[in-house]
Design a protein around this ligand. Sequence first.
Ligand SMILES: *Cc1c(COP(=O)(O)O)cnc(C)c1O
Length: 760
Amino acid sequence: MDLTQIMHTEYGKSVGECTKDELYRALVKYTCTLAEEKRKPYCGKKKLYYLSAEFLIGKLLSCNLINLGIYDSVKAELASHGRDLTELEEYENEPSLGNGGLGRLAACFLDSIASLGLPGDGIGLNYHFGLFRQVFRENEQTAEPDRWLTDTGWLRKTDTVYPIRLRNGTVQARMYDLAVIGYENCVNTLHLFDLEGVDEDIVGEGISFDKTDIAHNLTLFLYPDDSDENGRILRICQQYFMVSAAAQLILAEAEARGCRLYDLPDYAVIQINDTHPAMVIPELIRLLTERGLDTDDAIAAACGACAYTNHTILAEALEKWPIRYLKKAVPHLVPVMEILDDKVRRKYGGEETAIIDREDVVHMAHMAVHCSVSTNGVASLHTEILKKEALAPLYRLCPEKFNNKTNGITFRRWLLHCNPALTDFLTGHIGDGFRTDGEELRKLMAYRDDTTTLDGLMRIKSDSKKALADWLYRKQGVKCDPDSVFDIQIKRLHEYKRQQMNALYVIHKYLEIREGRLPERPVTVIFGAKAAPAYVIAQDIIHLILCLQTLTGDPAVRPYLQTVMVENYNVSAAEKLIPACDISEQISLASKEASGTGNMKFMLNGAVTLGTEDGANVEIHRLVGDENIYIFGDTSTVVTARYKAGSYSAKAYYEEVPMIRRAVDFIIGPELAKIGNPVRLRRLYDELTGKDWFMTFPDFADYVKTREKAYRDYGIRPEWAKKGLVNIAMSGYFSSDRTILEYNRDIWHLDRSPEQIHSK
Ligand SMILES: *Cc1c(COP(=O)(O)O)cnc(C)c1O
């Protein structure tokens, strides 16, 4: 690259004279040009479409430069002009197109699909404000619109516009394209549809807006509040807008490649990421009949092209839409769903596997299982629970459709980009094969007893902790001690993830310190989490954590125990936090976390997991062995049985276990009353003592004991570093490249042309 030339042509200035904005724009433009040059027209037959309501892609500049193989040279060239790539990285906005793990998974998958040279595009929505921006005020979360879209960006406006039929009239969906640049390989596309005529000015106070003004609000926010009917109808309209545009694009492309419509499954495979895009099935059927196929052929063609990924067994998260709402949003889709339900009922009978239940409610997951060729869970325990519990009746009807695809993460972002020091260190030891073949990391096992290697790893960790401490100070003005243990829990706030249990531990420890029982070594407990604005108890938990942050700031406590709540947790924050972690908190109630992918990112960066036997923790445990992970708590079998028996009484634990009572009583005690909101604290106390639906009390004693053990072991130095090494070495399985190869082998069956294959 000749930066001098580029800046001269673009702005008539030298590199040194350019503003950040000018440099950033020029680099984005340059990157996009290179991507377009690499893009090859797809001449094969079958193509994958990954449909998702979320793509939590993170900042793009550095990862794209890495994948184009020019990161180091661009950085060096900037440096030669006295400019720093990190200032541009910080200048970049993070696209706010996702919420949590599901959206991040979609982003990792797009990276792997392109990096493996597979023909596959993503399709989603171009939310103008995406997920809200979290701001803390008076120890509470407030939500603000995150206007991430700027004209400096990566999005290319296309001429493709599709009409979308809604109950109250037709709106237009325009396609915007974003290049998905594979690691030293091909370039695919993420298509994001946007409502023509969307109006950002209708947003009022905070993130409120008129939910009924569909013609102006459809693509403003991701997951608008659906606690009322208008919100639910808006969600249905949003989902339909996405899948109708997707279906029209898929059919147009398939026909352009020579597909006769009843051959659709030979030309397109549509992966449905959770049920949000599941309406693509009836929409495709509707469009195919409109184009002349008879009903049975249309159903066969549509269902033969679709595959479904389940992401949760939480009942409240399994989408169900009342026919009444569907009729108010997309009445033309209702007859198709009724035909599908009728077919299923005729074939199998039975109420529990029906698509539309007796209350006239559509079970989106049931429709997705019946009307597709594959249903997969996202970690082996999760898939077993789907088969045995959550979707058991459906599994009995069609066991051949069910399969497991344990999630993964892209090593390009979660190692090469976020931890260059570790990347170089690994390359020095085992070569650079791990960048495209995660299993190569196992070669590191040869160094597990090598003290120089272990020292090197400890130095890298320690540098990352210093960098995190600096970042936290710059960002939030909090000072923390990089020599303390960094114990981190960062993920969406949900009761099943049990941030409240971690907070109870902090209280327990605080009380001990107050009594003069000082811990052996200082600990910094770091949280990061957004809570859905309508999820009251989650807000209360955030409030408690923020109060604890204040409380542990007390000069008498802080040298031993500090609490930090990172504001507005997102991908960019994760990239700073993960390399700096010593202990990774993965403490969901066993059976409730489908997979988790945060756990994998931490493992890859040499943190040791403190967790339950849940989601992919089970597989991490199996890979690293008992010595290199801290497992505690009841198993999913015990938990499931306890739910079934209905025998759990939080009250009994509260009354019988003094440690629990003390910590829980503290929530409504005088110290917190001085700094907290009594309504929130009382509600949380009542929730815990009266219900504790996610069973923190039965696991609490074991949690405390196991956590203390981990802190003790942390002090036994080379052994601790060895645990980190083993975690890194065994994390290759969690490369999303492995996951994607399995999807392709078992579900998609796409051709990889020989020149595109550069790893196994
Ligand atoms: C990886 C990731 C998640 C998922 O974290 P879990 O611990 O698996 O829930 C959520 N948010 C962001 C920003 C992430 O990068």
